[in-house]
Design a protein around this ligand. Structure first.
Ligand SMILES: Cc1cc2nc3c(=O)[nH]c(=O)nc-3n(C[C@H](O)[C@H](O)[C@H](O)COP(=O)(O)OP(=O)(O)OC[C@H]3O[C@@H](n4cnc5c(N)ncnc54)[C@H](O)[C@@H]3O)c2cc1C
Length: 307
């Protein structure tokens, strides 16, 4: 294992530590955490989306939170998302929502989670908005897809995310294409064992392109969620060569990462959506962003040791 892989694994382990979480929360500004989220209130988030929309960029809003273990807490989290959907409709901004099912009580129980998601989906239906179910670690993939398919019986403007680091993903994508579910493709952000995920980045990247190609060739709407310039350029090449209409896919990137490139792609006429997280529960999200890039780790360590 090289030093980058070691650091990545260390940080993803720390993402589960309550004591490190408390420490980092107190020092969010000095550690640079704010760079990755749009503020702590819904008003902050709506203001950010308005700004992005002004630059021709769409948004998907994430009310930060995950791994909820109490039913009451999951209900509170679901209420927050209902408020988000109402705020998006009232403000008339161009945004949908991204939701983690463990925040909606998936670890408490399937029925608990389904009940909360049904309330959210009812609020989305009022404004005909779209709901994206984020994908979490590999232990939750089956349960996430199960809840997604149950929800789609009532409302079809709901999609999910697949991760190119998992061996299983090509099969999952076949199923989602067959069922007409729109997909966001990502590389994957969690610590996974070699038994389920490609250990080599080159394989994750190769698989990513194959999955994108599968969607584009079958005219299946796909969100290409990556900051990887080589992949973005490859897709731009395919779009030109094969004359793929630009309304058949969208690029997605995270708030605070490659913002200039997001604006450039939007100005070039691509559909671009920025993933905008907000709220107080930003620790685990922040740690995954650190783990993705060695330069971020250096930035974090300088803040950690008070330079
Ligand atoms: C819109 C969106 C939604 C996502 N949703 C999910 C989800 O539901 N489930 C899930 O598991 N993962 C999700 N992810 C995260 C994803 O799995 C990757 O961990 C993340 O996008 C980094 O991979 P990459 O494709 O950008 O490629 P990489 O090969 O990791 O990075 C390519 C280049 O992008 C830049 N870059 C990447 N990450 C960062 C960073 N954190 N800081 C600064 N620069 C960076 C660097 O220049 C890097 O060289 C999401 C990502 C996006 C963009």
């Amino acid at each position: 294992m090289d030093s980058t892989q070691f650091l990545r694994q260390l940080i993803l382990h720390l993402a589960d530590s309550p004591s490190v979480s408390r420490f980092v929360h107190k020092r969010d500004k000095s550690l640079g955490a704010r760079r990755f989220f749009a503020g702590v209130t819904l008003e902050d988030a709506i203001a950010t989306i308005r700004e992005l929309n002004g630059q021709g960029i769409l948004a998907t809003l994430d009310h930060l939170g995950e791994s909820v273990t109490k039913a009451e807490e999951a209900q509170v989290q679901a209420n927050a998302y209902i408020d988000v959907l109402h705020a998006i409709a009232d403000a008339k901004v161009d945004a949908n929502v991204s939701i983690k099912l463990t925040q909606m009580g998936l670890d408490v129980g399937r029925e608990e989670c389904l009940g909360n998601m049904r309330r959210i989906v009812a609020a989305a239906r009022e404004s005909q908005n779209f709901v994206r179910v984020d994908m979490e670690d590999s232990q939750h993939v089956d349960a996430t897809l199960d809840v997604l398919f149950a929800l789609r019986r009532d409302y079809d403007r709901i999609g999910t995310v697949l991760q190119s680091y998992l061996y299983r993903t090509k099969n999952d994508l076949e199923r989602l294409i067959a069922e007409g579910v729109t997909v966001r493709l990502v590389k994957g952000a969690y610590l996974e064992p070699e038994s389920v995920a490609f250990p080599q980045k080159a394989d994750v990247d190769r698989n990513y392109l194959e999955l994108v190609d599968m969607c584009l060739r079958r005219d299946h709407y796909v969100a290409i969620a990556t900051h990887d310039e080589a992949i973005i350029q490859k897709v731009e090449g395919w779009v030109k060569e094969r004359q793929i209409p630009r309304d058949r896919f969208e690029f997605q990137m995270l708030y605070g990462i490659r913002s200039a490139r997001q604006r450039e792609l939007a100005a070039a006429g691509y559909r671009v959506r920025c993933y905008v997280p907000y709220g107080t529960d930003w620790y685990a999200y922040f740690m995954r962003r650190l783990a993705e890039r060695p330069a971020n780790v250096g930035f974090f360590l300088r803040g950690f040791f008070g330079n």
